[in-house]
Design a protein around this ligand. Structure first.
Ligand code: HEC
Length: 300
């Protein structure tokens, strides 16, 4: 019996060492990747004061750019909100008004940040979903920066973002993207077709949905998410998804948060950005969702 217990003990010990080794290795890889200094040139840009360009910039900041999401930079863009993800991470959106971090950035550095996920110091930005909008043409990104330079400065005390061990491991296993710059092909940024009500354009508009609803859009629990985070639903035209939804249902949900069953969608769903989509973006998005192969819920 003693010998048996000894063997069990040794096996468990070796397994524990294996797990610890694996975790330690992933943490080390994460730490060295986020310390990497990228050699991506700072683009030459000229900001615009043209009201039409500023309006386009504002539209993108409030819609496809999702900058103003409550879990990110917030309605007044001053950030500071704490997204508590338990052992995964504690993430705090930066203050992106002219009183916040932006004042330290040149215009070119800001455009580089928004397209490549590279901070002023050449290292990756954490968590900020660059790929959700870096398919926009450079002129659109310049419009966003032009607009951001004009918003009301807000001073605010900020905490610091902390990625936990579990968050680092999830990032390395490609279950959760904290380390943005390593995921981007810096010499081959995606480029979308011109805005139009087409499935092809809708597929780009839907980029930001995939972060939560999954690559296949069929929903399911976010990997590593604490149990208090709402579970993204199935957006494919399956029984467990949007099969019975009409465009009117979709429009109402976007405008008011009210679902066809009369319930209100939970605030984790970034309604304030969906609400600001223009007609072309919304219709293209709907066309795209309808074109998806139906998948049962939970196949992310
Ligand atoms: C931050 C994560 C997140 C993002 C990004 C996101 N969603 Fe959601 N979405 C959710 C969650 C969570 C729910 C379920 C909310 C609930 O249970 O009330 C949801 C619910 C929905 C629903 C209701 C579906 C139903 O059957 O009740 C629709 C429609 C929807 N999302 C569309 C979208 C679209 C379109 C996008 C992209 C433009 C998007 N979502 C982006 C998290 C997200």
């Amino acid at each position: 019996m003693k010998k048996f217990l000894l063997i069990v003990g040794i096996v468990l010990g070796v397994a524990a060492l294996g797990v610890a080794g694996f975790v330690g290795f992933q943490v080390m890889k994460f730490n060295s990747s986020v310390a990497k200094v990228y050699k991506v040139a700072i683009p030459k840009v000229t900001l615009s004061k043209d009201p039409a360009v500023l309006e386009r910039g504002k539209h993108l900041v409030l819609s496809l750019g999702a900058c103003a999401s409550s879990d990110c930079h917030g309605g007044n863009l001053a950030g500071g909100n704490v997204l508590q993800m338990g052992p995964v991470a504690t993430v705090i959106g930066s203050n992106i008004t002219p009183a916040g971090v932006l004042k330290d950035y040149s215009d070119g550095e800001l455009v580089r940040l928004l397209r490549h996920g590279i901070k002023k110091n050449g290292q990756t930005v954490l968590m900020m979903p660059i790929e959700d909008f870096n398919w926009l043409p450079k002129s659109d990104i310049v419009a966003m920066v032009s607009y951001l330079r004009t918003v009301k400065p807000v001073k605010k005390k900020m905490g610091t973002t902390r990625i936990g061990i579990l968050g680092k491991v999830l990032d390395r296993l490609d279950q959760f993207p904290f380390d943005q710059a390593r995921r981007i092909e810096h010499d081959k940024l995606p480029s979308a077709p011109k805005p139009s009500v087409t499935v092809a354009y809708g597929s780009f508009v839907a980029t930001s949905c995939r972060g939560c609803h999954g690559k296949t859009m069929s929903g399911g629990k976010l990997p590593g998410a604490p149990s208090n985070l709402p579970i993204p639903t199935n957006l494919t035209p399956h029984e467990s998804g949007l099969k019975k939804w009409t465009y009117q249902n979709f429009r109402k949900m976007i405008a008011t948060g009210i679902l066809p069953n009369g319930k209100k969608v939970k605030p984790f769903m970034p309604l304030n950005m969906l609400k600001n989509m223009n007609l072309t973006e919304r219709k293209a998005l709907w066309l795209y969702l309808k074109s998806l192969p139906p998948k049962p819920f939970g196949n992310r």
